[in-house]
Design a protein around this ligand. Sequence first.
Ligand code: DX5
Length: 231
Amino acid sequence: MPPIRIAPSVLPADFARLGDECAALERAGVDRIQFDVMDGRFVPNLTFGPDVIASVRSVVSVPFEAHLMIEEPDHLIPRFVEAGCQIIIVHVETCTHLHRTLASIRDLGAAPAVALNPHTPLEMVASVVDLLDMLLVMTVNPGFGGQAYITTMEPKIDAARRLLDRADHWIDLEVDGGISAATVEGAAEAGANVLISGSALYRHPGGLGEATGELRKLASQAWQRRIAAQS
Ligand code: DX5
């Protein structure tokens, strides 16, 4: 049974109180916090850069991951590591020399991860699996929170888990987009163990803590079904 990690996206948070929002997420029991970095070019939205992330780094102790939805990320990666991000996620669609980019993230002391848009085939990362600590299979088209989960990504999630299982080390499989109590079981039973959730967490009537615990419980139960089905 892999570790089940619940990681909120801060996209729905009140940016006027981002530090307080991160503290509330940590109190809610999240395993890490994801910052959705968008440049208005790779995705049709614009969010924040390393200075904003650095401003809240000292408020909490949970790891930060930077989801870089930006063109040509190489020159900015060191800034996100300096800002306090332990995990750096680049999109395969934005990296001309992905092998070199992932190695450079590791050289900077951060955990390398790569993301695949819904249309991007898994084969695009098959040659760099050995460099990864995590693979992100997007379950929405990147750019905005609150979109519908793309159920047809589940066979890709399952194939990704099987690909990663052939590596000589554990590699987390993350999904991001439309993850809620209604969709988390499908993603986890397909093989995802890191669940990114934004709107579903913030909209949960029971609050962040209850929402986090519910996602973790449902994902754990789904993984137990996956393991039972494979035994
Ligand atoms: C898309 C973003 C969103 C966000 C999660 O670019 O990456 O997927 O993190 O948003 P929800 O959970 O609201 O779909």
